[in-house]
Design a protein around this ligand. Structure first.
Ligand SMILES: [Zn+2]
Length: 157
């Protein structure tokens, strides 16, 4: 922003070195990791088919399946290494997991002030294609009858 001092010192700019992570950033990252592990352990204690998992507000209000419907149960199934059931809950979530992992890695790297990041150089056409696929997935999973009903969240066991 204009008017604010550049946080990079001239020496850092000249050498290309990156300042060490802030002390608070490490605590934030550690707290986030602890929260993630705790949430994973709590989710593992709940059966993937349990209705006690959080439901989707849009689904409760309208009966429609949004793009994320079934993602929590898919994550729960993945924690149990039940890949087929995870796909049945939400195939888009499972397919997007590598991208989600990269984004999470980059976010943690940014919080820690680390220069190591995974570059995501995706042409705009690919990005828009992915958005179009997600929109199509969301529309199709709300259609009745085969084969579209298999895109809606469902139990296979
Ligand atoms: Zn939903």
């Amino acid at each position: 922003m204009a008017g604010e001092p550049d946080p990079t010192s001239p020496r850092e700019a000249a050498t290309g070195s990156v300042p060490p992570p802030r002390h608070g950033a490490r605590w934030t990252a550690a707290a986030g990791l602890l929260l993630l592990v705790t949430a994973g352990a709590a989710i593992l204690a709940i059966p993937a088919t349990a209705r006690s998992l959080p439901g989707c507000a849009l689904n409760k209000l309208t009966g429609l399946h949004c793009t994320g419907c079934g993602a929590t149960r898919a994550a729960r199934s993945l924690l149990s290494l039940d890949i087929a059931q995870a796909f049945a809950w939400n195939a888009a979530f499972v397919l997007a997991l590598p991208l989600i992992a990269i984004l999470a890695f980059n976010l943690v790297a940014q919080v820690l002030g680390r220069p190591q990041r995974i570059a995501l150089r995706v042409p705009p056409a690919v990005s828009w294609g992915a958005v179009a696929l997600l929109v199509a997935f969301t529309v199709l999973r709300n259609l009745h009858g085969e084969p579209f009903c298999y895109l809606a969240p469902h139990a296979i066991h």
